[in-house]
Write a protein that binds this ligand. Structure first.
Ligand code: 5AD
Ligand code: SF4
Length: 447
């Protein structure tokens, strides 16, 4: 929809994309870059050097949304000096289209996640544009030739969510579930493997409900096919919903050799009262049963979770039940957040009853609790030699590298030779709560 015709029409030549939020946004930005590239634009390495600036936004928490408006504030004076085009994409674009133009009239176009296939037209239109229509079918975007990492790639397999957890804005920003055709997913992954990618992450808000639109094949069928792709070494998938996590998937994790023994299974809260208010559709007992199931079939599985503290109605005893879940499960990692009400969600109509101070204090207590669990787990890894995919190198010190093991733990390690992009053996020699420290072990070397 064209809002205002612009008389100062010009065609941008260079672009800069600033990405907030989750892995899916990172992957969307890679697709956006490819669309711009095919339209003849070239990347610039800073906003100052570009004449098209795209901000790809996240709306999952209040804080993530605030980041957009402070970024836009900085661009205001910049646009006065130079003829540039500014576009807002992603979840905030979908959710706050009118507000963005009202608060930031220097924005030229707003595009929600379902409308990236129209980007080229919006970039060159020269008018103020908004594209936030919903589509029920999957619209394939050009495969990105350039990715954030040359070793590990994100591959989106589905988008949107039908669960409507009461705190979550995703069904209103990404819409209902849409599944990408299986043959397109496999084609993309084959190309990635052929060009040297070692690891892929299958992405979606609710990957367990994946179904090929044509054949109805599910996530396990997809994992079986991806597992056969030559050259690829590690396969991960994120995010799983506990309600849809079944024995068949745990069995696939156990017997498909490329599927990493790592699972992100968001619990969100530990008390049945809060889980019901969140409409998570499982009880704490059922969650713990799923954990027991995956541990039975995949004994060395590494587990992580998401937790919200201070949901409306959360009392001290509810919060203690969350701590109890951490104590029982002994997660390898957690992502924890203070509850913030999101527009259009059911929970936003409940009184936000937990005072900010209490939310803060609970978050600190939760994180300290988990910190100690991780310290103990990491201590037990000292002296162990493990396979690490090297995904980063230090700019300052050429002997320092970083990577991840199969459990997806961060490992910083020293190596006398450049091992970027390779699988290497690393001996753990030290640890902190959030990462491990190691040194390269050359093959044949005794540990
Ligand atoms: N407040 C706080 N955290 C939230 N999350 C989602 N919505 C909210 C909210 N309104 C967290 C959940 C989710 C993760 C991506 O963000 O833990 O799993
Ligand atoms: Fe949001 Fe719940 Fe869907 Fe996850 S499962 S995206 S938390 S509505």
């Amino acid at each position: 929809m064209t809002l205002v015709a612009n008389t100062k029409h010009f065609s941008p030549h260079t672009y800069y994309i600033h990405t907030f939020g989750c892995q899916m946004n990172v992957n969307d930005s890679e697709h956006i870059a490819e669309i711009l590239h095919q339209a003849g634009l070239r990347p610039a390495n800073s906003p100052e050097k570009s004449d098209l600036i795209i901000i790809n936004t996240c709306a999952v928490r209040e804080k993530s949304e605030e980041k957009l408006f402070s970024f836009l504030g900085r661009l205001k004076t910049y646009k006065k000096k130079k003829n540039i085009r500014i576009g807002v994409t992603g979840c905030v674009a979908q959710l706050r289209r009118e507000e963005i133009f009202r608060k930031a009239p220097h924005v030229d176009f707003v595009v929600g996640p379902d409308n990236y296939y129209r980007l080229q037209e919006l970039v060159f239109s020269g008018n103020k544009e908004v594209a936030t229509a919903w589509h029920t079918d999957w619209r394939e975007l050009p495969t990105p030739l350039k990715r954030t990492s040359p070793i590990s790639a994100y591959v989106t397999i589905m988008e949107g969510c039908n669960n409507f957890c009461t705190y979550c804005v995703v069904p209103f920003t990404r819409g209902r579930e849409k599944y990408r055709p299986l043959n397109l997913i496999l084609d993309e992954i084959k190309k990635l493997a052929d060009s040297g990618y070692q690891e892929i992450h299958l992405l979606g808000q609710n990957v367990n409900s994946y179904q090929d639109p044509e054949s109805g094949q599910d996530l396990v069928d997809l994992l079986e096919r991806v597992n056969q792709i030559e050259g690829l070494q590690w396969i991960r998938f994120i995010t799983s919903h506990p309600r849809n996590f079944h024995r068949r998937l745990a069995e696939a994790m156990a017997h498909l050799e490329k599927v990493c023994h790592q699972l992100h299974l968001p619990v969100q809260a530990g008390s049945n009262k809060i889980l019901t208010l969140m409409k998570r559709q499982y009880t704490r007992e059922e969650y713990l049963e799923k954990i027991a199931l995956v541990r039975e079939l995949v004994p060395d599985v590494s587990l992580s979770t998401d937790i919200i503290v201070g949901f409306p109605g959360e009392e001290e005893e509810d919060f203690e039940q969350t701590l109890d879940i951490l104590r029982k499960v002994q997660f390898d990692n957690i992502f924890s957040f203070r509850y913030s009400p999101r527009p259009r969600t059911a929970a936003a109509r409940l009184p936000d009853s937990v005072p900010l101070e209490v939310k803060r204090e609970r978050l600190v207590r939760l994180q300290n609790w988990q910190r100690n669990i991780q310290l103990a787990k990491h201590k037990a890894l000292c002296g162990r030699v493990m396979k690490v995919l090297c995904t980063g190198r230090s700019k300052k010190d050429p002997s320092q590298f970083s990577g991840r093991n199969e459990a997806y733990q961060v490992i910083n390690f020293a190596s006398p030779r450049d091992v970027f992009g390779q699988f290497v053996q690393v001996k753990i020699i030290d640890y902190g709560p959030y990462s491990l420290k190691g040194e390269l072990v050359e093959s044949g070397e005794k540990s």
